[in-house]
Design a protein around this ligand. Structure first.
Ligand code: NAD
Ligand code: DAO
Ligand code: ZN
Length: 368
């Protein structure tokens, strides 16, 4: 079939919206009509050329929601008509990782997914007979896409696609980091570096679990208003204080119980670790730093009881946890609507990247 898609032909270039060819689902795969997709910082990161795994030409996008249209042989967990959210972190429920209680990083299709290919080593997308790569196993910047069955979460049908697409990455990454990975306790002091599409979701996760102080840090003072609406109790603009780490330690009577780095900057990663409370503070890296970057601290920071950790997709096991997060949204426990600042058709997708780079959007959503 033909499908309309925004193709990244090369790093650093605008996406081009064209009709591409899409092969139907093979065994264990599903064809999904994407109804809405968010445009995430990670898509921009890959498009910039800084992503070591970035390969072109590819159809980017990994934060979608849609409807199953067709299934390949052997597919049993979803059927045509089911509403689904694509998962860049799949859940096969059989591999060593899925069977381990401490991780959500299913590895069953990791190798081919990282190469922009389906599990059989080929691509379903092509243009003029030349293959176009998949991206993060999702390629939601295409109106129709093919995904492995283990990479879709079936969700309730009354949930609006244009809102729940954000659960495909940003919401789950932020809220899940607090709830599933850090397991923040009520009354804890939480510090969040970066108040963008991820950091604001960490803030609402911290509020949801009953954190005490929720301190937000951003160079852009415009971000403070929305962050306060989502539960931030204190704001620090690093350009207005002498030493961010000392300032946090003072505000929290000794340091953060939990900190989250949601920028992707190795300097703020160090600050996030060093602002943690001696003896027990835990710092979680969420931001993805550019190729070749390294983190550093004095080892004595760890010897004296601080822990440095990381989290991907909020620690969520997609097929199990994503439907629950959709319920949290539908039950009014989390707010997605106010984070979706812009919507636009696929033809205008490059505007979504411009808004992100100017710091004017939290989330832009493409409506098909
Ligand atoms: P964003 O651009 O929306 O937000 C980043 C925020 O950081 C902005 O508000 C910006 O003003 C602020 N900022 C930039 N430099 C700063 C500095 N030096 N000090 C203080 N504030 C600063 O980005 P996002 O969509 O929220 O994504 C954040 C990071 O999370 C990215 O690196 C992204 O790739 C990563 N990410 C990780 C996962 C995961 O599973 N680990 C998932 C999705 C995204
Ligand atoms: O299993 O080795 C692996 C890779 C897992 C990918 C997790 C990606 C998390 C960070 C990338 C940003 C997501 C939008
Ligand atoms: Zn697995």
């Amino acid at each position: 079939m033909k499908t309309r898609a925004a193709v990244a032909f090369a790093a650093g270039q605008d996406l081009q919206v064209v009709d591409v060819d899409l092969e139907g689902p093979k065994a264990g795969e599903v064809l999904v009509e994407i109804k809405a997709t968010g445009v995430c910082h990670t898509d921009a990161f890959t498009l910039s050329g800084d992503d070591p795994e970035g390969a072109f030409p590819a159809i980017l996008g990994h934060e979608g929601a849609g409807v199953v249209v067709d299934v390949g042989s052997g597919v049993t967990s979803v059927k045509p008509g089911d509403h689904v959210i694509p998962l860049y972190t799949p859940e096969c429920r059989q591999c060593k990782f899925c069977l381990h209680p401490k991780t959500n990083l299913c590895q069953s299709i990791r190798e081919t997914q990282g190469q922009g290919l389906m599990p059989d080593g080929s691509s379903r997308f092509s243009l003029d007979g030349q293959p176009i790569l998949h991206y993060m196993g999702c390629s939601t910047f295409s109106n129709y896409t093919v995904l492995p069955e283990i990479a879709v979460a079936k969700v309730r049908e009354d949930a609006p696609f244009e809102k729940i697409c954000y659960i495909g990455c940003g919401v789950t990454t932020g809220v899940g980091a607090v709830a599933f990975d850090a397991k923040v306790e009520p009354g804890a002091n939480v510090v969040v570096f970066g108040l963008g599409g991820i950091g604001l979701n960490v803030i609402q996760g911290a509020k949801l679990v009953g954190a005490n102080k929720i301190i937000g840090i951003d160079l852009n003072p415009e971000k403070a208003r929305l962050a306060a609406q989502f539960g931030m109790t204190d704001f620090i603009n690093p350009s207005e204080v002498e030493n961010v780490v000392d300032h946090i330690i003072q505000l929290t009577d000794g340091g953060a119980d939990y900190s989250f780095e949601c920028i992707g900057n190795v300097n703020t990663m160090r600050q996030a670790l060093e602002c943690c409370h001696k003896g027990w503070g835990e710092s979680f890296i969420i931001g993805v730093a550019g190729a070749g970057q390294e983190i550093s601290t004095r080892p004595f920071q760890l010897v004296t009881g601080r822990s440095w950790k990381g989290t991907a997709f909020g620690g969520a096991r997609g097929r199990t946890d994503v439907p629950k997060i959709v319920d949290w949204y539908m039950d009014g426990k989390i707010n997605i609507d106010d984070l979706i600042t812009h919507t636009m058709p696929l033809d205008d997708i490059n505007k979504a990247f411009d808004l992100m780079h100017k710091g004017e959007s939290i989330r832009s959503v493409i409506l098909y």
